[in-house]
Ligand binder design. Sequence first.
Ligand code: SAJ
Length: 472
Amino acid sequence: MMDKKIAVIGMGYVGIPAAVLLANAGHDVIGIQRRSKRSGWKIDWLNQGRCPIGGNEPELPEMLKSVVKAGKFRVTDDYSAIRDADFVLIDVQTPTDENHIPQYDSLKEVAHPIGKQLRSGQIVIIESTVAPGTTEYLVKPILEQESGLKAGFPDGFGLCFSYERVMVGRLVHNIREYPKIVGGIDEETTRQCVDLYQSIVKGGVHGTDPMTAEVSKTVENAYRDVQIAFANEVALLCESLGIDVYDVRRFVNGLPNDPSVPHANPVRNMHFPGAGVGGHCLPKDTWLLMHGFDEYAQYKAEGTHGIQYPSSLVIDARTLNDWMPIHMADLLEVALKESGKELKGTKVGVLGYAFLENSDDSRNTPTVPLLQELDRKGAQYVIHDPYIKRTEEGYLIEPDLDKALKGCDAVLLMTKHDQYKSIDLDRLNNLLRTRVIIDGRNLFEPEKFIDAEFVFKGVGKGNINKLKSHSS
Ligand code: SAJ
């Protein structure tokens, strides 16, 4: 594909790597970012070739510096810049509220000014995850109303949903290596978008329609969420039955492929149980899927509001995964009791505020519901995280690990940052007032702590008493 003019709206975890890769492939890319108090600073940083995304992001900072230096990528807050773009990518946040209803303020906020600039022949691509039906029934009407054009070639504009698959810590890798699904409202839109993405995607680019692409994205994350919930339920069963979930997981995942169909997906791929599920994706994509079903099912099958069925696996999975931080507090309460202490009035060292290891991303972090539960139970806490200095929610982060743990009655691990792997017993012995460890991510070896007379609890670790009897 010849070098194209591309506008990318929203300089975040999705927009920045997409813009940089497209510029690196030779396209002329302009980033559009609102000059808000919260994110306006990114415009100047990016135009200086500085990457606003913290944590370890292989290739991104260097690639950004080189495309800015080469004049292939610049950022502005001026929407008139999209007037001569061939493609306009929408990469804004699409959160859900406390009632799990999609909040499309940012999406609408950008759709109106885009519509005002739109000319026939341009193509708008939504990459942000949206509820099924949103491209056709929410974004298209806004663009048509503002532009006065009809969506669709040959006379109007193109519109497409092509979802992101980013993951902090591997932003560039996922865009380049993972297959890309392109859901265009008509064949010409799909053809041109497939062409565009083939200039940056090695993993294959596949055409379909917007609804199928929207459902595929939300299902992809709901699938992962259900797998994690399954692992969490098994962990709770193992705790109650006095065994180690990681032994069970090893044996279950050890089942080989069926030799008659060697290419088939692994028969079992039990995920990791843990202290909760955070991030901008899994905690909300299930609700986007169900919202699409609730809102738009009637459009598809006249007269039916979608099939009514007895129980929702995906919603139950959400409920269980959202409960895991509470389970962490319960494990702590039991452990402190074993040390002759009540949770009320004790001081807890909480390790990890980010939702994912070795990242500075704390969106929907499971640590917040844990802290709310500790507040409810009258415990004090000090939070440590090597990647996060300030929190949106107003919690203070103690950057010095020793200071964070000094005088605590328990250490509770929420995020599996590499730095915590080097925490040693002597250090903890000197710092803690009471020797209690709650491991929410299977980072620590229980035997070591039990031998040193710590009270150790872990998600899915029901075999601690057995280990104790062996060590005494
Ligand atoms: N988690 C577990 N157990 C597991 C895997 C994850 O408890 O076995 C927890 C993590 O600790 C974290 C949360 O789940 O709190 C989410 O972790 P993640 O590894 O799914 O990270 P995300 O949310 O950044 O990435 C997901 C990925 N989706 C899938 O793998 C289907 C990623 O590929 C998507 O691009 C991303 O969502 C997205 O943007 O949708």
